[in-house]
Design a binder for this molecule. Sequence first.
Ligand code: PGA
Length: 250
Amino acid sequence: MALKKLVAGNWKMHGLSSDLAEIQAIADASRQYPQVDVALCVPAIMIERAARTVPGFPIGGQDVHYSEKGAHTGCTSAQMLLDAGAVLTIVGHSERRDSQRETDAEVKAKAEAALSCGLSVILCVGESLEVREQGKAVETAIAQLDASLPETMEGEGELAVAYEPIWAIGTGKVPTTSEIAEIHGAIRRCLLERYGAGGEQVRILYGGSVKPSNAAEIFSVEDVDGALVGGASLKTADFIPIVEAAAGIS
Ligand code: PGA
């Protein structure tokens, strides 16, 4: 059974007040495609302004702390994200796993904290180029997933997994459709093992250099239930054609 596709933008460290008009334009345009779920994950400091600008359009964070509150300078809790107007958050993005040295156990705790508060979660996994060249992409991504997945899917939030090969992020390089199919199939099996039939409902997104020119081909791959889009989510003119491709229009 095909799941409704989710196309989520990851704005990373981009976004000032002057960009709220772009968020408005993306939200307005995406309303023409109700057959696709569309969301934008913006910097934490921008969530409240973005959510006020586009009521009803899903705005998310890019990270969350696993504690409810406490002495964690510079961090943001799940309750704070919700309070600011977010309805989802990314966890375990490779840029954080690398630069902030986030471990699988921390990513799992973050996902559990967010889901239990009612935030939906996009949990990222993916291998480095070195690992891919060693022929260990599948086992590495699955080991990472197995150790990062929440124990249960309890909570109001919905879980999605994003497969993001590190070597494809921001580089213009994209795995072949058969490479994507191989990993997404393995992720699906891992989800079924963990959650039983509930694992069928977890959307598996592909992320890494998704563009208007390659989106339709990527969305045609089995078990690709959407995309996590970085650079091409910053401008309506790039992002909406990807949403259109998810809707099966282009
Ligand atoms: P990209 O980033 O689309 O710019 O490659 C994707 C991501 O890191 O989520």
